[in-house]
Each structure stands twice: as C-alpha cells, then as structure tokens.
Design a protein around this ligand. Structure first.
Ligand code: UGA
Length: 422
C-alpha cells in the first residue's frame, strides 16, 4: 500500500520506517523544513536505538521518502496516518492545534477510498468529531511504543488497538500491519482513545504505588526491591513498572495523566487514584533533594553533581525529566549544579553546568545524585572516583548498586550511600 505518515516525532518516524520495512511505500511528512532536509540528507533528528539503520535501509530500497508537501503525498495514498504532537496545556487540556492543522490540510486532498488513521493521543470523542467533519470512517489506532525501544516495540507489540466504525476500516488496518503478530483489539473510537489514556495512567499508578511503598520501607527499615520482587511474582501484579526511584517523566505519563484528570473534571468525574499517582510523582524530586540536604546539613554553596538528565536511559529526551525539577530545587537552595548525561539534548536550565564526562562532573562534588539508570553508570569504578569528590555522598535515585557492594566500599572509604526505599 502507499502510506503517508504525517508528523515525524519519535512515533511518526518509527511508524514510517516500520511500515516501510513491512513492505509498504511510505512518505513521511512534516511541516518542519529543517527536519525534512535533515532526513533527506540521511541524518535522523532524534536518537532512538535501531532507527537510523532502519531508515537508511528503507530509503535505499526506495520504500521511504520525506517531504513537506502533505497534499501531494496524501492525494496518492491508500492510508494516511496522523502522528502529530498533542502537548498538554497548563490545565492538562491537550493542545490540538497541530492535529486541527493536519486535518484541515488533509480535507481537500484525501482520496475518497483512502483510510485516515489518528495515531496521536487525543481526548475521548476527538476521532468521532473528525469522522463527522470529514463524513467518512476515521480510525483511532493508539500507539504503545516506548522511547528507547520504539523500533522493537513497533515490530513486537502486545496488541494492536483499532477504534473504528466499519469492518472495511478494520480490514485495511489488518493489511497495514500484516507481518506483525499481535492480537487485534477492535472497538469503537471512543473506547480506543480511552484505552491509551487508561494504559498510561495505570502504568503511572504502578510506579507511584511502588514509590509510595518505598518511602514507607525507608521508615520501617524494609527493602523495597525485595517487596517488589515478592509482589511482582504474583502474575496478577507482574514485575514490570515496579522500579522505585526518582519518579516518571517523559512526554507521555505526566501529559496523559493530566489529560485524563482534565477529562474527568470536564465530565464531573473525580479520579482520585490518578490524582494521587500524579501528586506522589511530583514529590519525588523534593524527596531526593531532602536526602542531599540532610546528608550535607545545607545545600547553600554546595557543589552537586547530577548523573543522568534524560527521563530514562536509551533516549536523548529530557522532557519532564525528574532532573529538571531536581535542578530547580537545588538551585533554589543555593547549590551549584553540574551534570553529565551520555545523550541528553539541550537542557532547559542554563545555570546547570553540563560536563563532558563523569570525572569532570563529579570532581570536587559535595554530593553525587544519580537520576537516570544509564548502563554506563552501573559500571562506574567508584574506588577511583570517590577520592576526587570533596565529600563522598552518593544519592542513588535509581537504585543502581547492590547495597552489599556499597557497604564494602564504605569500609574502605567514608562513603554515605543513600538509595530509594532500602
Ligand atoms: C510510555 C509507555 O510505556 C508506552 O507504552 C507509551 O506508548 C508511551 O508512554 C506513549 O504514550 O507514547 P515512555 O514514556 O517512552 O513510554 O517510557 P516508559 O518506559 O514507559 O517510562 C516512563 C517513565 O517511567 C520513565 O521516566 C521511567 O524512568 C519511569 N519508570 C518506569 C519508573 O520510574 N519505574 C518503572 O518501574 C518503570
């Protein structure tokens, strides 16, 4: 089939490359001219494992091309997928400006037999409205890709959700994803939109639940990792998303929980579980900063080194990362903040001094705070690094090290190692 993918963020770009790999002829469209020029030069604007070679391979096979010309691409397509951003406004309300523009651009050029698919995360009822406006069936097909493993997730999804109004549309989506083995969950459009928000909010709740339990473990001298292992072994609970730490960030969980709360408020339906998950998460950065403050007495004039700025490893994305809130709190209390991250793109707080490597970042530090579980940090040689710290305090916001090993290290060096919930 000939496919247009509109919006080349990490979802759109991964989907475009993945569909080309499945054998379709795909045109990726974005209004950002620089991005399109970059892609046409063979460069990839985001760092996502396995994505660059997949794009290169499919461009070479002439199954993947990029343009800013939406009308030309869409008018020749069997399927048009919209994957533009829907960022949250200050009240949690999703900003649909990009989606509205995309739909307007498409109105005049959609072939009558083409299928329009909305992949962007949108408030419940949005796809219905677009279907009414365009007087045709429009599908909501939410995505469940994780940054850092987006390519793998594209080819190995747990399920494909199809929210549509006709068997014709469902059938075309089945053809689109032919080659991928996953259960197809067909529903009405509103339920498909709801599935996406509900899944992300549920995962966010799981993380906040274990973080809440981690705090209690600290008070009761229990170990949250043992607790997580013990409860996760119950298959009704499962081991995933029970890693206690600095809290969740990124462009999805904070935005989608806020959007769900906004939808609840709009309909007069309170969502106390989601509210609590959000509140618990917002308090995680303060909790880590308080640990540093207690260890050092005061943060004024102290040199604090952050290891990890991205919201999780295997990405260069710092959107809503805990590192941003932690940095703000540290700076407010008069600390000097230095940081190192293997991949982070521009960091939004200028006062944070970005260092080229771990050694430079931790040199003369009064405390080191680990905020992202990059593999590189798991294998640091602390015997070599501790002597270059001014004060041997490590606040491990991701529980990277075994307590036993840090205890042994503490015998040789006067180390204070503070992790989460243990
Ligand atoms: C998330 C979902 O996992 C995807 O299914 C979904 O498609 C995507 O949002 C989206 O809506 O686009 P993503 O935000 O890329 O994907 O990353 P996750 O791996 O889910 O991690 C989110 C945050 O939770 C990270 O900050 C991570 O550090 C944190 N986390 C995750 C924990 O603190 N503990 C855990 O046990 C797991």
């Amino acid at each position: 089939m000939i496919v247009t993918v509109l919006g080349l963020g990490y979802v759109g770009l991964t989907t475009a490359a993945g569909l080309a790999e499945l054998g379709h002829y795909v045109v990726g469209v974005d209004i950002d001219n620089d991005k399109i020029e970059m892609l046409n030069r063979g460069d990839v604007p985001i760092w996502e494992p396995e994505l660059a070679p997949l794009i290169a391979k499919n461009r070479q096979a002439q199954r993947l091309a990029f343009t800013t010309d939406v009308q030309k691409a869409a008018s020749q397509s069997d399927v048009i997928l919209v994957a533009v951003g829907t960022p949250a406004g200050p009240d949690g309300k999703p900003d649909l400006t990009q989606l509205e523009r995309a739909v307007s651009d498409l109105t005049s050029c959609l072939p009558s037999d083409a299928l329009l698919i909305i992949k962007s995360t949108v408030p419940v009822g949005t796809t219905d409205q677009i279907a009414t406006r365009l007087r045709r069936d429009v599908v909501h097909n939410p995505e469940f890709l994780r940054q850092g493993s987006a390519v793998h997730d594209f080819f190995h999804p747990d399920r494909i959700v199809i929210g549509c109004g006709s068997e014709w549309a469902a059938e075309r989506i089945r053809r689109l994803y032919q080659g991928i083995t996953a259960p197809m969950i067909v529903s009405d459009r509103r339920s498909a939109e709801m599935i996406k928000y509900t899944a992300n909010a549920f995962l966010a709740m799981k993380i906040s639940y274990i973080n809440m339990i981690a705090d209690l473990c600290e008070s009761l001298d229990a170990n949250v990792e043992d607790v997580a292992r013990g409860i996760g072994a119950d298959h009704r609970i499962g081991h995933a998303f029970l890693q206690a730490g600095a809290g969740y960030g990124g462009s999805c969980f904070p935005k989608d929980t806020h959007a769900l709360l906004y939808l609840g408020a709009q309909t007069g339906c309170s969502l106390p579980l989601v509210e609590s998950a959000d509140r618990i998460n917002q308090l995680r950065p303060q909790r880590l900063v308080t640990k540093a403050e207690h260890a050092l007495g005061t943060l004024r004039g102290k040199h604090i080194s952050l290891l990890g700025l991205t919201y999780k490893p295997q990405t260069d994305d710092v959107r809503s990362a805990p590192s941003i809130a932690v940095s703000r709190l540290l700076l407010e209390q008069g600390a000097n903040v230095h940081a190192y991250d293997p991949r982070a793109r521009r960091f939004p707080i200028e006062q944070v001094e970005i260092c080229p490597d771990v050694e430079t970042a931790v040199h003369d530090a009064d405390a080191v705070m680990i905020l992202t579980e990059w593999d590189e940090f798991r294998h640091l040689d602390w015997r070599r690094l501790l002597p270059i710290l001014r004060c041997p305090v490590i606040i491990d916001g991701r529980n990277l090290y075994r307590l036993e090993e840090m205890r042994k290290l503490g015998v040789a060096y006067p180390l204070r190692y503070l992790s989460v919930g243990r």
